[in-house]
Design a protein around this ligand. Structure first.
Ligand code: XIL
Length: 375
């Protein structure tokens, strides 16, 4: 009898510990960096709806903030002068709320993914300053206003700087003048005074560009406008930026008393035509075998490079945890990354922490480890 009881007790302990094993939550990127910064990902429609169930599961279990990849860009949400397409954005915001996430809106004023009609006058040439300002105000007040109190932060202006830190001569600037940036921040602030407002750009590890961003943001602040953080997109590679350069820029922002958000992190593991850096989405090159060398899988040596890169970047972000508020990956897993199609269509890239089968890669475990250090 005694033996049976002991056996039964041992068995039930085994069952309980197995159950514990089953219900024990796995590691989470968001939880790992809790207290330092938020960790998030950019989402497409399939990840939001659950049509891509693997992506949906990664998002809900790993991240505490989300950014829309495309659905709030002007061409998607406001394709015609009098028609807004809010369905995908409504679903995005509802998904974020249902999962208690910090929800980011991307982006209000950009020279890409903006329909031609926005800049056109009646004669087919460029429109005039007053008309474009009115279109901008209507767009920003309608879109930001709809999600007032629900979208927590907005990329108000995207990629307004040249590499030397001067202002890009986009149609926004050509038609309105330099103060189009001031106006965008003014309209966003008026539409939702509670939302955070960001300036966002690529290649911010370059000192001249970082200094340009500081000058721009200081100007906006001097005009009485609010800028809550500067976004470093983080479309990086195995060989750039040097970690010192990334650190130098974060230090420049810190010295300027700016908060940093790393908004679009991915590491392009494929050869880059002309050794290009940055993220100009207009770039497009022909696909050849030379530029798609890992179609059958990433060699171990490159996997290690990716792992080490991610570990060193996250160590840097953690070191500046008082300055860095958020780190968002540009995509959820390798199979849905924009880098499979940019700047060359149809490649097999490996830029994120989850592979094509939705499994965590060695880089994932390395990043979690960085988060756990000192806890
Ligand atoms: C990219 C999206 O990921 C693609 O799906 C789309 O076709 C083009 O734009 N910088 C940005 C992002 O600010 O909006 C871009 O996103 C990538 C570069």
């Amino acid at each position: 009898m005694k033996r049976t009881i002991i056996l039964l007790a041992a068995l039930s302990l085994l069952v309980i510990s197995c159950q514990k094993e089953v219900i024990k939550p796995g590691p989470s990127l968001g939880a790992s960096f809790n207290g330092a910064f938020l960790v998030g990902a950019a989402l497409n429609d399939a990840a939001i709806s659950g049509k891509d169930a693997g992506a949906n599961k990664i998002v809900t279990s790993q991240f505490n903030t989300i950014t829309n990849e495309n659905l709030l860009k002007w061409e998607v949400v406001h394709p015609e002068p009098d028609s807004f397409n809010f369905e995908p954005a409504d679903a995005y915001v509802a998904f974020g709320e249902a999962n208690g996430m910090v929800i980011i809106g991307h982006t209000l004023t950009w020279h890409h993914q903006t329909p031609n009609w926005v800049f056109e006058g009646e004669d087919g040439g460029l429109t005039d300053r007053e008309t474009l300002i009115a279109r901008m105000e209507n767009h920003i007040s309608t879109v930001v206003g709809r999600y007032k109190g629900r979208i927590n932060g907005w990329d108000v202006v995207n990629e307004a700087l040249n590499e030397d830190g001067s202002l890009r001569d986009s149609k926004w600037r050509q038609i309105i003048g330099d103060d189009y940036i001031d106006l965008a921040f003014k309209f966003a602030q008026a539409a939702d005074p509670g939302a955070e407002l960001y300036y966002n750009d690529y290649n911010m590890f370059r000192e001249a560009k970082a200094l340009g961003a500081v000058a721009l943001i200081n100007h906006l602040k001097a005009e009485g406008l609010r800028v809550d953080a500067v976004g470093m997109q983080g479309h990086w590679g195995p060989d750039f930026p040097q970690i010192n350069d990334a650190e130098n820029s974060i230090q420049i922002f810190k010295n300027a008393e700016l908060t940093v958000v790393v908004t679009e992190l991915d590491i392009n593991m494929l050869p880059r035509p002309e050794n290009m850096q940055g993220a100009d989405i207009e770039l497009n090159y022909e696909n050849t075998i030379k530029f798609n060398p890992y179609a059958e899988g990433l060699p171990d040596s490159m996997q290690t490079v990716l792992t080490d890169r991610y570990a060193e970047f996250f160590s840097l972000f953690k070191k500046y945890g008082d300055t860095v508020d958020r780190v968002t990956f540009w995509g959820v897993y390798d199979g849905s990354s924009w880098l499979d199609n940019w700047p060359i269509v149809g490649r097999t890239n490996y830029p994120l922490l989850f592979d094509r089968q939705y499994n965590p890669k060695p880089a994932y475990h390395a990043v979690i480890k960085v988060g756990e250090v000192g806890k």
